[in-house]
Design a protein around this ligand. Structure first.
Ligand code: C2O
Length: 552
């Protein structure tokens, strides 16, 4: 492979959306940020220079980082933040991954404006397992906050109340014309296509807190790849995509100029009690006629709109998620671990924790604040990087290795509240020996209401071998696991009020964060950390840290 070099200057830029001009943090002045483009097997070297007052880190979401965990990027997990004036050079190789991923800041809510696509093409002489598309286009779904997103979460954490929601969703940084104060010409992304062609849309959900439906009026979409893994072609009118997920779609345009324009729309899928930004962002699919006199400027073309599923359509969500299967061809085999060395059962969800004494909280009651947890542990980030502490054998005061393998207090997880709201704070890890084959069940709980959480694992892809609604039943459900062609990905939507079972091989030594990719839930502690130990052989060990690794 070749080496692809990039410079990311973190700097301020004035951006106007919804009639609000704000100074936001950007990479190189761009919003969304610039794409990283590489071929499978290439080395990617990104020099990140911090020109702003905030500390920052960049995470290459979904990149396996095999034996390069120093470059993964989550603040206080694998590195200390890059401080004002400092530089850190990320340096990693793309191994066995083809498709779309994303990069984003990984500190507090900085990723609200610091994000961009990672486009991974096949090796030079390799091809896609489908005919080569005419053109490839990234479609990044995101948000716009009129307020400063860092202030939004800081205030929420201080009061114990839920944070304010975003003011708009965006497509390639633009909210679309359905919002007050936005126009068709300036604020709406236009996807210009020719008739009779196949386009590859690289759809990324970079929104902070919303699972999104995505659809294009009067066009069928064929999903062919998720999270940089090929899947069996899956035809649908609408996809569901959680924060942190990516989906490559083939879009076949109409054979002839259709005398119409088509709306592209995204809006949330949500089940739960919280207030969310349920607004719709749109873009336009515009056909270019062969002869431009076919369009009549004074008499605009009719505009067709897609019909998206209703906001809480759990059946659609379950069937869509269940419908995605690994491609499993001879070139792209599915290597599901067939045996399991270690099993875990994790309850996930929102709950409450006690309001500190002498403070009035604005949680569900004035003596509680919102928090979130895995197995009753609400994760707190340490003030130094866990990977350094692990590598140099100094975990004391940074983390403990007693993360519970099962919930501390089993209860009827999907039954009616009140129930197990007991949460303790901690920085606890699970330690795995190199090459451990792991199976874990993520069980959603309805302590404050069932919800579909997007869980993301760093440093590994995993197989989703099963999912169901209600409480997981260890005596019956494993018999139904798909160990043949389960989808492989790095972020999954755990069914609302249900469970999902995952398998992965812990073959990447390092310290790996796993968390809800709703930033509000991660901020409330819905996170945990895995440590994968070095193996015996030299090529099974994490190399030492680079000299420019930031210090806390
Ligand atoms: Cu995309 Cu830890 O996140």
């Amino acid at each position: 492979g070749t080496t692809r070099r990039y410079k990311f200057h973190i700097k301020y830029q004035n951006i106007t959306r919804l009639c609000t001009t704000k100074t936001i943090l950007t990479v190189n002045g761009k919003f969304p940020g610039p794409p990283i483009v590489a071929r499978e097997g290439d080395r990617v070297v990104v020099k990140v220079v911090n020109h702003v007052r905030n500390n920052v880190t960049i995470h290459w979401h979904g990149v396996r980082q095999l034996r390069s965990g120093w470059y993964d990027g989550p603040a206080y997990i694998t590195q200390c933040p890059i401080q004002t004036g400092q530089t850190y050079v990320y340096n990693f190789t793309i191994t066995n991954q083809i498709g779309t991923l994303l990069w984003h800041a990984h500190l507090s809510w900085l990723r609200a404006t610091l994000y961009g696509p990672i486009i991974i093409l096949p090796r030079r002489n390799d091809s896609y397992p489908f005919p080569k598309p005419y053109k490839e286009i990234p479609i990044i779904l995101g948000d716009w906050f009129n307020a400063d997103p860092l202030a939004v979460i800081a205030q929420a954490l201080q009061t114990g109340a839920p944070p304010n929601v975003s003011d708009a969703h965006t497509i390639n940084g633009l909210p679309g014309f359905l919002y007050n104060c936005s126009s068709k010409s300036k604020d709406t992304f236009k996807l210009k296509v020719k008739p009779g062609k196949t386009y590859l849309l690289r759809v990324i959900n970079a929104a902070l807190n919303d699972n999104l439906y995505f659809s294009i009026a009067n066009h069928t979409l064929t999903a062919v790849n998720v999270d940089a893994n090929y899947i069996k072609p899956f035809e649908t009118d609408t996809i569901l995509i959680t924060p942190g997920q990516t989906t490559n779609l083939l879009l076949k345009t109409k054979p002839h100029f259709p005398n119409a324009t088509f709306l592209i729309a995204a809006r949330p899928f949500f089940v739960g009690l919280a207030t969310i930004d349920n607004s719709t962002t749109v873009a336009l699919l515009e056909y270019k006629p062969k002869h431009s006199n076919t369009t009549n400027k004074t008499n605009p073309l009719p505009l067709f709109s897609p019909s998206l599923p209703s906001i809480n359509d759990t059946n659609f969500a379950f069937n869509f998620t269940n419908g995605l299967k690994s491609l499993g061809s001879s070139n792209f085999p599915t290597n599901v671990p067939q045996k399991v060395d270690k099993r875990f059962f994790f309850t996930i969800g929102q709950g409450t924790s006690p309001c500190p004494l002498n403070q009035t909280c604005q949680g569900p009651t004035n003596t509680t604040k919102f928090s979130a947890s895995i197995n009753n542990v609400s994760d707190s980030l340490p003030t130094t990087a866990m990977l350094q502490a692990h590598y140099f054998g100094r975990p004391n005061g940074v983390y403990t290795t007693d993360f519970p393998e099962n919930p501390l207090d089993p209860f009827n997880y999907t039954g009616a509240p009140p129930n197990n709201t007991n949460v303790s704070n901690g920085t606890k890890v699970v330690v795995l020996r190199f090459n451990t084959s792991v199976e874990f069940v993520l069980q959603d709980t309805s302590i404050l209401g069932a919800e579909s959480h997007p869980l993301h694992l760093h440093g590994h892809d995993f197989f989703v071998v099963g999912q169901g609604v209600g409480n997981y039943d260890p005596s019956r459900d494993p018999a139904k696991f798909n160990l043949v062609d389960p989808v492989q990905r790095n972020t999954l939507a755990v069914p609302a009020g249900g469970w999902a079972a995952i398998r992965f091989l812990a073959d990447n030594p390092g310290v790996w964060f796993m968390h809800c990719h709703f930033d509000v839930h991660a901020s409330w502690g819905l996170a945990m950390t895995w440590i994968v130990l070095d193996g015996e052989l030299p090529n099974q060990k994490l190399p030492p840290p680079p000299p420019d690794l930031p210090r806390c």
